[in-house]
Design a protein around this ligand. Structure first.
Ligand code: FAD
Length: 428
């Protein structure tokens, strides 16, 4: 492939890291700029997340990692997952008894996988770290970009070395191609808007989320790998549906579950209205039967008060690129509500599709012009990015809408007799 190019990736989350891996595997010079410190450093606290967050990884995301061409990545990632073959619906019968009802995702037994987001991200960073053509710039915040002259500006936040009175340093960086994977509040997207006629739509839904933790049965390291260390089935995504809100739990390898309360802002305000937290355990007992047996009431209160209550945003925009200079991927291009479990998966898929299209146009350009080198790559990239936006935007919008619809399915439809009859007919 002619003409080595300088690719600047903004954001070292899962999507930016995978994009950097694809770019570096093609021999380009890759520089990764990340606002926060190195995730592998224990002192770095992941943005917005209390500790680690467990995600559902599906074929869409696995396939994108498979195509990165690093068998060790896929072996490691799949080795650190827990298969979830269906939902486990928790409720209380009219006679007061608690029940659990398993609803398989697939008649052929195919599963989605519970994975630690931080673990996946760290593995990607480790692989990139060992590539000679990759350089990391942690604590670098994108503050400006000129997509006509391909220059960007970053604020350098040297932790420790800058006194509070000192202004942070700013550096100028040039690039051939910028990949913006800097999340829902993307600075790359913001600056791209000045250079391209981007349609943009964002929506906050009336739901907040707060993370909780069901502890493992035993914290003894010898027991930790035992299946019996889980208080509830490890092979399900657990849902306590309550029509207007819900509580879910996803298994972790140590026997714990990462849980999330999703509820309207007004309900959060109600629960916060008593500063002692006394409203929280009875609320859980009424709507999420069995949970106070898994998380002691004092812990429920402590976690509700300690962990942030965060909003959920849904973003659609088009185009996803700017000339031959830049593209946005992942949450930067299509942040979605988490109810379809596809935000990260779709972002990883963006990477696979982008590089398929880039490779195709690079090959076509060489065939038609016989030329190799920087100019040829720029010409091919402009065509490729236009095609990428054309093929990807409608898919991104569709999955965004599906994610919104699936909230109703998870918190309410799973309870309806009609839904259960339809599932039963499908499966028999
Ligand atoms: P991010 O993970 O947001 O990473 C962006 C990176 O860019 C960050 O490291 C940030 O520090 C950096 N950055 C930001 N601004 C700048 C700047 N100016 N300069 C430099 N760097 C910058 N997805 C799934 O697929 N399955 C699930 O089950 C799932 N569950 C979820 C549950 C919840 C409660 C939530 C909130 C989300 C869930 N998601 C899920 C969505 C998933 O977390 C995101 O889609 C995914 O993290 C997006 O990855 P990303 O790399 O695009 O962005």
């Amino acid at each position: 492939m002619g003409g080595k190019q300088k690719i600047v990736v903004v954001g070292a989350g899962p999507v930016g890291s995978l994009a950097a891996l694809y770019a570096a595997s093609r021999g380009d010079e890759v520089q990764i700029y990340e606002l926060r410190g190195d995730l592998r450093d224990p002192s770095t606290i992941p943005l917005n997340f209390t500790r680690s967050i467990n995600l559902a990884l599906s074929e869409r995301g696995i396939n994108a990692m498979r195509h990165a061409g690093h068998q060790q990545l896929i072996d490691h990632v799949l080795g650190a997952t827990i298969p979830m073959r269906g939902r486990m619906i928790h409720g209380r019968r009219a006679n007061g008894n608690l029940y659990e009802e398993s609803q398989d995702y697939d008649a052929h037994g195919r599963c989605i996988l519970a994975i630690d987001r931080g673990g996946l991200n760290k593995r990607l960073l480790d692989i990139l770290h060992n590539m000679p053509n990759v350089k990391f710039f942690f604590n670098h915040k994108l503050t400006g970009a000129d997509f006509r002259n391909n220059k960007a500006w970053f604020e350098v936040r040297d932790s420790g070395s800058v006194s509070p009175e000192q202004r942070p340093r700013e550096i100028e960086v040039d690039f051939d191609f910028m990949i913006g994977a800097d999340g829902a509040h993307s600075a790359v997207r913001y600056h791209m808007m000045k250079y391209t006629r981007m349609d943009y739509q964002q929506m906050y839904i009336d739901t907040l989320w707060c993370e909780f933790q069901i502890p493992p049965k035993s914290t003894d390291a010898d027991d930790a790998s035992l299946h019996s260390n889980f208080s509830i089935s490890p092979n399900h995504l657990h849902i306590w549906p309550a029509k207007e809100f819900m509580f879910i739990a996803i298994p972790s390898e140590d026997g714990s579950f990462t849980c999330t309360l999703f509820a309207p802002a007004a309900l959060f305000e109600h629960l916060e209205s008593d500063p002692t937290g006394s409203l929280i355990p009875p609320f859980f007992d009424q709507h999420f039967p069995g949970v106070t047996g898994l998380i002691p009431p004092s812990e429920l209160i402590a976690q509700f008060r300690r962990n942030p209550h965060l909003p959920l945003i849904s973003i659609k925009c088009a185009p996803h690129h700017c000339g031959a200079s830049a593209v946005i991927l992942g949450d930067a291009a299509h942040a979605m509500v988490p109810f379809y479990g596809q935000g990260m998966n779709a972002g990883l898929e963006d990477v696979r599709i982008l590089f398929d299209v880039l490779d195709k146009h690079a090959a076509l350009d060489r065939l038609s012009s016989g030329a190799e080198g920087a100019q040829s790559r720029t010409r091919a990239r402009a065509l490729a990015l236009a095609e990428y936006t054309a093929v990807r935007t409608s898919d991104a919008h569709a999955i965004n809408d599906l994610a919104l619809q699936n909230y109703v399915e998870m918190r309410a439809s799973v309870l309806s007799p009609l839904y259960r009859l339809r599932k039963w007919l499908e499966e028999s």
